[in-house]
Design a protein around this ligand. Structure first.
Ligand SMILES: N[C@@H](CCC(=O)N[C@@H](CS)C(=O)NCC(=O)O)C(=O)O
Length: 208
C-alpha cells in the first residue's frame, strides 16, 4: 500500500474534503496534514501551483483537487470503472469547481465589492447551479451522480452543499439549496446519513 499524505487547510470542507472523506470511508491510512493559516505563506512556496490540496504518494506530489479525487477515488473504490460513468463523475466535480472558482474570486475583493459580488452570486449563478445539479441528478435516477453507486462526485457535491448551508458565506442565504434544489437536499441528507460519513465527522467532533 502506498504511503499517502494529504495536505489541505484545517477545516472540514473545501477542495480537500472529498479526498479526505473517500480515504476515511475506505479505511485507507493517510497522513492528514492540516495547514494552519500562519504556516501557509511558507508552505505555499512548496506547492506545485502555490495552492492546496496536494497529495503525496510515496514522496511524489500530485496537485489539483479533481486529479487527487480521481486518484483517491480509484484507490477507495469510489470512482467508476465504466468510461461513461467516470465522465459523469468528472462532470459533477468540474461543475463544483465552477462554483468554487466564482466564490474564490470574491475573497480578495474590498469589502463593498465582496458584498455585492456575493449578493450577485446568491441571486443568479448559485441558484442556477443548484437547480442544474438537481436536474442532472434526477436525469441519472436521482440517487447518485455517476452510475448506481456512491462516487467522489457525490462527496464533492455534498461538501459544497455543506458549505452553502453552513452560514460561513456572508450574504449567501443558507436556504438556497432548500429553495432551489429539493432533490439535491435529498441527496445531501442521504450522503450525510451514510454511517461511514457520520462516523468520520463524529470522530472529529463535527456536528453535521
Ligand atoms: N484548481 C485548484 C485550486 C486550488 C486552490 O485555489 N486552493 C485554495 C484553497 S481551496 C488555496 O490554496 N488557496 C490559498 C492560496 O491560493 O494562496 C484545485 O482544484 O486544487
Amino acid at each position: 500500500m502506498a504511503t499517502l499524505k494529504l495536505t489541505y487547510f484545517d477545516y472540514h470542507g473545501g477542495r480537500g474534503e472529498a479526498a479526505r472523506l473517500a480515504l476515511a470511508m475506505a479505511g485507507i491510512p493517510f497522513e492528514d496534514d492540516r495547514v494552519r493559516p500562519d504556516e501557509w505563506p511558507r508552505r505555499k512556496a512548496e506547492m506545485p501551483f502555490g495552492a492546496i490540496p496536494v497529495l503525496e504518494v510515496n514522496g511524489r506530489i500530485l496537485a489539483q483537487s479533481n486529479a487527487i479525487n480521481r486518484y483517491v477515488g480509484k484507490l477507495a473504490g469510489l470512482y467508476p470503472s465504466d468510461p461513461w460513468e467516470a465522465a459523469l463523475c468528472d462532470e459533477a466535480m468540474e461543475a463544483v469547481e465552477d462554483i468554487n472558482n466564482k466564490l474564490a474570486a470574491t475573497r480578495l475583493l474590498p469589502d463593498e465589492r465582496n458584498k455585492s459580488q456575493l449578493q450577485l452570486l446568491a441571486e443568479g449563478p448559485i441558484p442556477f447551479f443548484l437547480a442544474a445539479f438537481a436536474r442532472r441528478l434526477e436525469n441519472r435516477g436521482g440517487v447518485y451522480f455517476a452510475g448506481d453507486r456512491l462516487s467522489v462526485a457525490d462527496l464533492k457535491v455534498f461538501t459544497l452543499m455543506r458549505y452553502l448551508r453552513s452560514g460561513m458565506l456572508d450574504y449567501v442565504p443558507t436556504d438556497l439549496p432548500d429553495r432551489f434544489a429539493p432533490k439535491l437536499m435529498e441527496h445531501y441528507e442521504r450522503i450525510k446519513s451514510d454511517p461511514r460519513i457520520a462516523a468520520y465527522y463524529a470522530k472529529l467532533g463535527v456536528r453535521l
